[in-house]
Design a binder for this molecule. Structure first.
Ligand code: AMP
Ligand code: GLY
Length: 430
């Protein structure tokens, strides 16, 4: 096949950056994005498919001669979209439901790591009917902070770090009562608190062979200095100076290889992108979480560094030919700042006109997330609105180029963190 018609599932900043990268491929035919955003529309056609209706997706694929489906977000993966399409002989890039459980169930992920000696925090699991036992367990342990985690997908809202017994009691009560957590918290993981600094490594796997694509560091909290509420991610930088060559070798040997081999041994071959969230502790790297997809906004910071043709890489993965490939990076630093609507991650307003999008220079990319187009103008349409990704020969330069372009863009209530990358700079300067 010379050219591939592709359907990309998702509509965030991650998907705009994927669409941009696919758009550079020699092999791309027509690109459809569902639902997409004004950014993905620059590289193909946005289609309003209901991604929860698998049959609707399969019909669309048939109708439009789509030759490959790429799934961006976790929810359709954990719900089994890859399994459904594969049963219909539709080539798809993304793990099957059983493999996506590495993200879909923290209990599964923790027990999997135990079975395969993969370093992670100590833990215990309780069901929603025995939270009293969870409390007793924590009281006996009497070590704080301690981490409570809802087992299932909770869009970043299911993890609580508690500093004392009183907070544990309050949180347990809250988890019990909050209906939005009811399903995710049917099982509860109680976890040892890991001291250290976080970083993420992104891996592509065809079930047997895996390659690290790149690494990054995210800023999950809304406020400067990593304060305030957790968000989907307010910015990222790549690579993370924290991850030295030696550390990355350890991550490969102690974490990535045993994960891919372990999933193979358990007959749940991991096929797609594996995102390994790490805590670099004084005892070495430990897994904080697995995700079954590219991170958002980490993806926006790493894809511009990838010199490989992304579509070729993905096709090689779908054909179990990743052993023929190696990852090529451009050795530039990248910094990604998220422009958000005032109030996010709580309530916020939509429909604010965005100005300055055409004033940015060639040292930065703008990736859309929560935006919408109307009569040629772009308006806010979500909590995380835009991503500005600057490049540089050093991290310092990448940060400078990013913020110089951030300042050119405006909308009513535009909020962004001014310290993205500062943690990485501090590490380099020390
Ligand atoms: P998770 O959804 O499991 O990645 O957790 C969200 C965030 O909570 C992580 O990115 C960490 O910042 C923090 N976190 C989770 N588990 C731990 C842990 N065991 N020790 C320290 N921090 C943690
Ligand atoms: N930025 C964190 C995530 O994608 O889960």
């Amino acid at each position: 096949m010379d050219k591939y018609n592709v359907l990309l599932i998702g509509g965030g900043g991650r998907e705009h950056s994927i669409a941009w990268k696919l758009g550079q491929s020699e092999k791309i035919g027509k690109l459809y994005s569902a639902p997409g955003n004004p950014g993905t529309a620059q590289f193909g056609e946005n289609v309003s498919l209901d991604v929860q209706k698998f049959e609707e997706i399969a019909d669309f694929v048939d109708d439009k001669n789509v030759e490959l489906v790429i799934i961006g977000p976790e929810a359709p993966l954990v719900a089994g979209l890859a399994d459904f399409l594969e049963e219909k002989d539709i080539p798809v890039f993304g793990p099957k439901k059983a493999a996506a459980m590495l993200e879909g169930s923290k209990e599964f992920a923790k027990e999997f790591m135990m079975r395969h000696n993969i370093p992670t925090a100590d833990f215990a699991v309780f069901s929603s009917t025995d939270y009293d036992d969870a409390l007793k367990f924590i009281q006996t342990k009497d070590t704080y902070p301690i981490v409570l985690k809802a087992d299932g997908l909770a869009a970043g809202k299911g993890v609580f770090i508690c500093d004392n017994e009183e907070e544990v009691k309050q949180r347990l009560l809250y988890i019990k009562k909050d209906s939005s957590l009811a399903e995710a918290a049917q099982r509860l993981v109680v976890e040892e608190f890991l001291e250290g600094e976080e970083a993420s490594v992104f891996v592509i796997s065809d079930g047997h062979t895996s390659h690290i694509i790149h690494n990054a560091q995210d800023h999950k909290r809304i406020g400067e200095g990593d304060t305030g509420l957790n968000t989907g991610g307010m910015g990222a930088y790549s690579p993370a100076p924290l991850l030295t060559h030696d550390l990355l070798e350890r991550v490969k040997k102690e974490i990535i290889e045993p994960t891919i081999t372990g999933m193979q041994l358990e007959e749940k071959a991991y096929f797609g992108i594996l995102y390994v969230g790490l805590m670099i502790t004084k005892d070495g790297p430990k897994v904080v979480e697995y995700n079954c997809r590219l991170g958002d906004p980490e993806c926006q910071a790493i894809l511009p560094s990838l010199e490989n043709d992304l579509l070729e890489l993905i096709i090689a993965a779908t054909e179990q030919r990743l052993d023929e490939k190696s990852i090529q990076l451009d050795n530039q630093y990248r910094c990604c700042v998220v422009l958000a609507s005032e109030g996010y991650p709580g309530k916020y307003e939509k429909g604010k006109k965005i100005t300055g999008l055409n004033d940015t220079d060639d040292k930065a990319f703008i990736f859309h997330a929560g935006t919408t187009e109307n009569a040629g103008d772009i308006y806010t349409n979500g909590g995380r609105v835009l991503n500005v990704v600057g490049s540089g020969n050093t991290l310092e330069e990448a940060i400078e180029h990013t913020y110089a372009n951030v300042e050119k863009i405006n909308f009513d209530g535009c909020y962004y963190r001014k310290d993205i990358g500062a943690k990485g700079l501090k590490r380099i300067q020390n």
